[in-house]
Ligand binder design. Structure first.
Ligand code: KDG
Ligand code: MG
Length: 402
């Protein structure tokens, strides 16, 4: 029996911060797992280095489910983004190893492909509506079949989702950027923005929009109703999701499909949302929801209730994590869409993924495991660079959801 002989945590910042776990076995096989938690990276790095790595040494890397249960139940303190991201990293690395040992891509270990590629949505954005429309045109020319549209809300500098560089990157500065939020301005602007997109480009592509947790259920229901004729693919994160039953009110108010889950870290965060069919898409990911093992469980539960998948895939999810998600995406019957923001080219000096973007879809390669290499020498050239996500303040100065 092979055993785990080494596990190292690699913190690197090629354009942005990433935390990666590398597990090595006595047969010399290595596996990678993403452990990046945006703005709280070192908490997960420490959880891994100080608490999980000592538990891994000498254990059988083939026993993935047992390892998951051991780390989850063995912690006593269950769930939470730090714990579940750390468990995810171990789980992902073990699937990578299992694939390499078997000589199979991870999707084959998961039962094989139900589709060749995973349709992705791209992120169109602009400082105003004309700029956003130009960006939507660009994504259409690139062959995207699903496009998310965000633009700066007039009067709210630093609006969510507006790209400044090559890719959208909200984490910045050594202290959180404090932004201004007006629900009234947003509710006035969002329908005008999305109507302009449909008026210019019609309906032959999927249109998505992210509310980013900022409305009350009443406001979200009203917005969803106003957007119905625009036939959105989804309205994302309409309200903070700690209170799962609040989605019932949105559901009753509108037929605009609802997506939620990028901040979820376990099946318990979405059990009621799924089993009461309060949402249409579950957006949990491999990296923050306990790895391939746990996300697969969430997706299978969702399948029973006709809820489809739409995993988070922002820049802070590393190519390791994105690859793991795409391997799972292509196997599940209830796949919906995969978010794909892409990465700063610097990230690819460290991470060498083998998935391919073609015709608006990501195709995993048939390389054994997850098909991603990490260049440790390159990683060492990009030291950790502390950054925070922004904080939102209402016009009266009080803190709002970001
Ligand atoms: O780290 C936070 C980002 O990943 C998040 O703000 C991006 O909402 C997001 C999305 O839908 O990609
Ligand atoms: Mg989002």
């Amino acid at each position: 029996m092979a055993t785990i002989t080494e596990a190292t945590v690699i913190v690197t910042s090629p354009g942005r911060n990433f935390v990666t776990l590398k597990v090595t076995t006595s047969d010399g096989v290595t596996g990678l797992g993403d452990a990046t938690l945006n703005g709280r990276e070192l908490a997960v790095a420490s959880y891994l280095r100080d608490h999980l790595v000592p538990l891994l040494i000498g254990r059988d890397p083939a026993r993935i489910e047992d390892m998951w249960q051991y780390l989850y139940k063995g912690a006593y303190w269950r769930r939470g983004p730090v714990t579940m991201t750390a468990i995810a990293a171990v789980d992902t690395a073990l699937w990578d190893i299992k694939g390499k040992v078997a000589g199979m891509p991870v999707y084959d270990l998961l039962g094989g492909r139900a589709r060749d590629g995973a349709m992705v949505y791209g992120h169109a954005s602009g400082g105003d509506v004309p700029e956003l429309l130009d960006d939507v045109a660009r994504f259409r020319d690139l062959g995207y079949r699903a496009i998310r549209a965000q633009a700066a809300v007039p009067g709210s500098p630093g609006s969510y989702g507006v790209r400044k560089g090559v890719v959208y990157e909200p984490a910045a500065a050594s202290l959180p950027d404090e932004q201004t939020w007006s629900t009234e301005d947003y509710l006035d602007f969002a329908p005008r923005l999305l109507t302009a997109v449909r008026e210019r480009f019609g309906f032959d592509f999927h249109l998505l929009h992210d509310v980013h947790h900022r409305l009350t259920p009443t406001e979200a229901g009203r917005l969803g109703r106003r957007l119905e004729d625009l036939r959105l693919f989804w309205m994302e994160d309409p309200t903070p999701a700690e209170l799962q039953e609040s989605f019932r009110q949105i559901r009753q108010a509108t037929t605009t499909p609802i997506a939620v889950g990028e901040v979820f870290n376990s099946i318990w965060d979405c059990q009621q949302l799924i089993t009461e069919r309060l949402i249409d898409y579950i957006r949990a990911t491999v990296v923050h929801a306990g790895g391939i093992t746990h996300l697969r469980r969430i997706f299978h539960l969702a399948e029973l209730y006709q809820v489809r998948t739409g995993s988070h895939g922002a820049t802070d999810l590393s190519p390791v994590s994105l690859s793991a998600n795409v391997h799972l995406d292509v196997t599940v019957p209830n796949f919906g869409v995969q978010e794909y923001m892409g990465h700063d080219p610097l990230a690819h000096e460290v991470f060498r993924p083998t998935y391919e973007l073609r015709d608006g879809a990501l195709y995993p390669s048939d390389a054994p495991g997850l098909g991603v290499e990490l260049d440790e020498e390159a990683a060492a050239r990009f030291p950790y660079d502390p950054k925070y996500l922004p904080v939102n303040r209402r016009t009266d100065g009080s803190v709002h959801d970001w």
